[in-house]
Write a protein that binds this ligand. Sequence first.
Ligand code: PEP
Ligand code: MG
Length: 587
Amino acid sequence: MQRLSGIGVSVGVGAGRAVVLIQRAQVLRFSIPASRIDAEIARLGDARARSTGQLDRIQMRLPGRDLGTLFEAQRLMIDDPMLLPRAASIISEQRVNAEWALQQVFDHLGAIFDGVEDPYLRERKGDLADVVGRLRMNLTPGGAGFRDVLGECEAPCVLVADELPPSIAAQLDWNKFQAFVTDAGSRTYHTAILARSLHVPAVVGLHDATARILPGMMILVDGDEGAVSIDPPAEIVRAVTATSARRRSAQAAVPDAAGRGVKTVDGVAIRIEANVDLLGDAAFAMSSGAEGIGLFRSELLLAGRPADELTEDMQYEMYRQLLDDVRPAPVTVRTFDIDEDQLASGEHRRDTLWATGYEVPRSRLGLRSIRLTLKRRELLRAQLRALVRAAAHGDLRVMFPFVSGIEELREARTVLAEARQEIAARGLPSSALPVGVMIEVPSAAFTADLLAAECDFLAIGTNDLIQCCLAVDRTDERVSHLYEPLHPAILRLIRHVRRAAARQKVPLSICGEMASDPVVLALLVGMGLVQFSMTPAAIPIARRMMQEIDTRELRVIAGRALKLETAPEIEQCLADGLMKRRMLERH
Ligand code: PEP
Ligand code: MG
């Protein structure tokens, strides 16, 4: 048995056969039963037919002889006996899916090209990559995506991926997949957040799990310990599963007046709401003790479909349902926080991939979120119209993500005003929604006073704020150790925003993952924050902790922590301070 260690981001234990997804290169590998071998080889044949047809058409359209020759060379490669016949043998010998068989042939031939001395011939590897990319695309014609292919895997299984975007995670059948593990990621990785709301055990940040785990291997994922065992003996699977079940039932047994406000020992009211990614999770969030939904990540509604297929009417029904599920509690919907890549339909994205041969770069600092939706105004306006209509049915608020300054807020408010006018022109109630701004960009934090003066509430999104302020990409495992919520710069920024909000008398909450850690939560309360929104699974512990703390003591600890120079010193100061007051050991 081999054991890998990573970061447990979603508790529980899951075991099953590995299904490996190499998302960066879009390669999927899994074992197939003997009865499927012929069908899998037939898929290769169909992909060959489609690819040659496409190459013939491309060749006819091309003007110059040189380019025509290039595609002629690709056409010959497709028929090379080293390529598809070899992939077909791998399918039957190794009983793996066609994509993975093709990838193995590509790796083998690519290594041969790499070893060739002649630079001209060596460069032909690019043509081979292009041909293999085309064949791979044609293995899933008509836009059939990962969901369709993954639907074929035999349950129970465990997904092993280099990275797992939430848009794919949200579409998988988690009754079939018992758990997932990824090479990339950190505690605040979006998919980790989603895993917690889906209650799927998950371990991330494993670096090379996709290289070490082969499809079909038995995998045991222990989300509590952040451990992954490869081919574990049955008694270990039983023991780990039993320990995890005991932990879960001990946690479930804790009594709590769910849904009602909590007060600290010295009588300070603390409000805890939930971050919700999927519509179906609202009820669970409320039963975990949330007093409302502080962040609904609406972009997950777009998962797996082109943005313009999600109509205003569909959204209206969804937001209404959300309000119904939590009534009379409030719901804060954040407008779509997506980038261009996520906005594009799956088909378009694959085309781009094969056309360039490289993955479309996804940058958190690019055209995304409010910047993107202000450019795609019709998308934002339709979402805002749906929200304006839904607001007639409950306590609904709207929040703009990734705002970097006052102009963006003003422009977004203009779109909201237009949306209200359009609804009023239809003779429908056009309620005024409270408008909030997420503070996720350092420029917004520094101008929080200006933003607060023109909105109804602020919410600090620490996940993005930390990565932007510290220049750490939270999905890049090579630098994720630098992602430090307790960095003095982060604490000072939060203090700055809190003071600005207080001066403008505007409510402020924290909705980043930072607040889900009970120790950090205690520090935030000590810094004067009283409103939080967090992943539902973290709420019961947070509520208990809040009822056992004294903010006067926490203020002293926070005051000391904010004078320190490094994150480890701050962490030590918190641990010592909370231990001394016996506030830590219980949690
Ligand atoms: C944040 O950035 O803290 C946040 C809550 O938004 P998300 O994690 O969805 O980017
Ligand atoms: Mg964010």
